[in-house]
Structure formats: C-alpha cells, structure tokens
Ligand binder design. Structure first.
Ligand code: UD1
Ligand code: CA
Length: 464
C-alpha cells in the first residue's frame, strides 16, 4: 500500500449547513467530521504521511485544526472552488507521485475502515472504482449508471426524469489508477447545469478511452454525507449508538444507552459501569471496576481502577487514581489529581490541586493550586484564598494534617506534617510540624446582652 495516497476533499463552502464554521469542522459528538475521516483512513492502514486534506473555503481554520491535531497530514489548497473535478486537479502535483489515489469526500464520517480497505484493494483492478449505496431517498446525490462492464455517474441536476428514478447513488469515494486519471483529468469540462468541474465525469471519460470502471455497494447508513444540520444530527445519533454498541461488546456496562454519550476518543476497560445520563468526552480513560454515577460529565478525565464517581460530578482534564471517590456534586478541573483512595465530596471544587493518598475533602470546600500530602482531612467549608487579584499562589499541606472547619488559607500558605488548624482560622503564616494554628479572634461574651438589647429597643420606640 506504500504507493497509495488518500486525498480528502474539504474545500467546499458547505452552504447548506448555514453556519460560519467550515463544514468539515462541524462536530459529530465532540469531534469535527474530518477527524472521523482521517481516523478511518488510519485504521484502514494508510499512514498520515500519505494523506492530504484539500482546503479552501474557511481553509485557515481547517488548516490550523489539522496541523495541530494531525501534524503529519498534508494540507493542500484549492483557492477557488470550481467543483470536485477542479479540486482533485488542484492537488495533482502531490498525488501524481503515487501509483494509486483514493479520493474521499470530507463529509462522510460514518464510513468504516473495512469499506475503505475494500476500496483500496480494488484500486489495482480498475482505472476507477467508486463506492455507491442504495438510497432510501436519493435526493440530490449523483446517480449511478451501470453499463454492461462499466459505471458512470450523472449528477442530479443534469439527470433526466428517468435517471432521477435510479436509487443507486454515488457516495463520493473513489479509487483511481494515477496514470489513467492523469491521462483524462484535463478533459473534464464545466459544461453542465452547475457550471462546475465534476470529478464524477472522470468515469465517463475513462469509459470513452477504453479504460475500466467499476462500483461496489455499501450500506447507506455508512455512506451518507453531511450537507445539512439535520443530516449532522442524524449522523451524530448513528455514531453515538455505534460507539455505545462497541463498548457494550467490550464488556462495559451501560445501564441506559438511550441517555449516555461517549466521544470517539474515549477508552473504557471491561467492567466499567456507566449509570444513566452520563457524558464522557475527549481523551477520557476509565479503568476496570470503576463506576460513573448519574449526571456526571467527564472531559479528558483519567480514571483509574475501582474509582467511584458517585453522581453529578464534573471532571475536566484531571486524574482520579485507583479507589478514589468523588461526588455527589463536585467540580474537579485543571490538572487536579486525586491520589489513590482520596475523596472529594459534596459541593467541593478542586482546581489544579493534588489530593494525597487517602486524603479527604468531604464537604463544601475550594482547593485551588493546593498540594495535600497523604491522610489529610479538610474540614467543611475550608477554602484556599489562592488569588490576590493579580496572581495565583500555592497552598502546601503536609501529611497527616487535620484542618478545622472553615479554615481560610491565605496563599502562599504552608502547613507542615502532622499539624492542625483550629476551626474558623484565617491562616496567614506557616503552621509548623505537629502544631495547631489558631488564627481567629478569641470569643468574648458580653453579659446581660438580651436585657440591654430589650431596653434599647424600648427607648427607641418611646422616642417615636
Ligand atoms: C458530490 C458528488 C455526487 C455525490 C455526492 C456524495 C460531484 C460533482 N458530485 O456531490 O455525485 O453523490 O458528492 O456526497 O462530485 N469540494 C471541494 N472543492 C470544490 C467542491 C467540493 O473540495 O470545489 C469538496 C466538499 O468540501 C465536499 C466534497 O468535495 O467535502 C463534495 O462536495 P459537495 O459540494 O458536497 O458535493 P455534492 O454536491 O454533495
Ligand atoms: Ca456532499
């Protein structure tokens, strides 16, 4: 397969999406359409060095996305969008160095690697092979005209009433013998209803030149393109069910697949349990035996084994190690780590903090830019005052510390191993090893307060 390349066409405007976002960057679940196309080509065995994405309309955005996420994939430009035939021609200097060229519409995210592999393996047989499907509603798709030993395509707008009745349509995925394509590509004209250069005309030209063309049919569900928001929503739904079905078959328990969303980059281990109404996105990973409770939303969360995310936890870009626990109702974000056996409980926010092994932040706390050692207990209502209006400062708490309820750590703050703080303390100085930090006003009792208070009220009323 070394001498094969894949050109993904993504220069079109996608006018029918009625969106400022380029079509191939429109999201299916949490990834752009183009991700699925590239991933599919990779799974079919094509290395990214032999892939190019043709950009044009909204091309800067597509280019910056691709170069960040897939740096080995080449970006080629089609500055004016004069049709798919013109698109393939614009990339000629790149693909002419290969023996075979596979052209994929950039808007076919549901295609499976097996289907692409079949197209690739047919690339040696014909001068051009095209993938088709039997459309329930063939709409504006190009119609497949099958000859005795050949195939050609007529675009909907150019088709006769009779031809429009054909339900076998062009999916927009082609395999070409490069030498053959080179010999006819300059003969493609824009002599048609849309005044566009059609790549689909290549087949007719090849037939006329005595070359071989062929087609194979794939399931419609897999080959449908995305041209409208309604099609995007439909494709997202199909993708969601495929991903869930894959994980169920790998031994993941999903109580109610109707309410669960899992992104395509997520990795789950067998014996993970996912409760209803859960969303898992990005590059999240979940280890075996872990349970993700209802209402939780995980994005780029790395969850170890036997972790219990109790319910309604939002976890972003953070790590929960084995046997840790979180929730209900917590927000864990920005590179926070719950070490093994740690716990973040009710109404707790953790930001860029490490909670050491076996340490607990059970209720109503905010720990930001904090490092806690092992076996620390944070009393309810404790907060790191990590932001002075200009800069963020760190709070460091050692091992085996006992933090009294409602302690305020005015960062930078430090509590050494084995130390404690008194409830309600405002900590502005280091608390040394094994000491108790008390940072609050002493209680003073004012005698006969209620009597005086009554007397005062009586006087003021009398003055009215
Ligand atoms: C195309 C096919 C049609 C097929 C359908 C399948 C042609 C002439 N028609 O029609 O037979 O049934 O796909 O979805 O090819 N693009 C460019 N540059 C351009 C024009 C388009 O890069 O100048 C890209 C688009 O970004 C898109 C793809 O080519 O990814 C297809 O373009 P689109 O306009 O969607 O073609 P269709 O009219 O749907
Ligand atoms: Ca299309």
């Amino acid at each position: 397969m070394d001498n094969l390349c894949v050109l993904i066409m993504a220069a079109g405007k996608g006018t029918r999406m009625k969106s400022a976002i380029p079509k191939v960057l429109q999201p299916v679940l949490d990834s752009p359409i183009i991700d699925y196309v590239i991933r599919n080509a990779k799974s079919a065995g094509v290395s990214p060095e032999n892939m190019a994405v043709l950009v044009g309309s909204g091309g800067e955005e597509v280019e910056s996305y691709i170069t960040t996420k897939f740096p080995d994939v080449k970006i080629l430009w089609q500055h004016e969008q004069l049709g798919t035939g013109h698109a393939v021609k614009s990339a000629r200097e790149w693909w002419r160095n290969y023996d075979s060229l596979v052209v994929l519409n950039g808007d076919v995210p549901l295609m499976r690697p097996e289907s692409l592999r079949e197209l690739i393996s047919s690339s040696g047989k014909n001068d051009c092979t095209v993938i088709t499907f039997e459309a329930e509603n063939p709409g504006a798709y190009g119609r497949i005209i099958r000859g005795e030993n050949s195939v050609s395509i007529i675009e909907y707008k150019d088709a006769s009433q009779e031809q429009r009745k054909i339900r076998e349509v062009n999916a927009g995925c082609y395999a070409f013998r490069v030498k053959s394509l080179l010999s006819i590509i300059d003969s493609i004209t824009n002599n048609n209803a849309q005044k566009e250069y059609y790549i689909t005309d290549a087949l007719g030209l090849m037939n006329d030149a005595g070359m071989s063309t062929g087609a194979f049919i794939m399931p419609e569900e897999e080959m449908q393109g995305v041209n409208t928001q309604a099609e995007l929503a439909h494709v997202s739904k199909v993708m969601r069910h495929e991903i869930l079905a894959d994980w169920l078959s790998e031994g993941v328990r999903i109580l109610d697949p109707e309410t669960v969303y899992i992104g395509a980059d997520v990795v789950l281990m067998p014996d993970v349990t996912i409760m209803p109404n859960v969303q898992i996105w990005g590059k999240s990973k979940i280890g075996s035996g872990s349970v993700i409770g209802s209402g939780s939303i995980l994005t780029n969360a790395v969850i170890g084994e036997n972790v219990h995310v109790i319910a309604y936890a939002v976890i972003e870009n953070s790590t929960l190690r084995d046997h840790s626990k979180a929730g209900p109702f917590c927000y864990i974000r920005d590179n926070t780590v719950l070490e093994a056996g740690a716990f973040a409980g009710k109404f707790v926010e953790l930001k860029n903090s490490t909670i050491g092994e076996g340490s607990k932040v059970p209720h109503l706390s905010y720990m930001g830019d904090a490092t806690l050692g092992h076996d620390v207990n944070i009393g309810a209502g404790s907060i790191t005052c990590n932001y002075d209006g200009e800069k963020k400062h760190k709070t460091v708490i050692g091992n085996n510390c006992f933090i009294g309820s409602n302690t305020m750590f005015v960062a930078p703050a430090e509590v050494e191993d084995g130390a404690a703080t008194a409830a309600g303390s405002v900590i502005t100085q280091k608390v040394p090893e094994n000491s108790l930090g008390v940072g609050r006003a002493r209680q003073k009792n004012i005698a006969d307060w209620s009597l005086r208070n009554h007397h005062h009220q009586a006087t003021t009323e009398g003055e009215k």
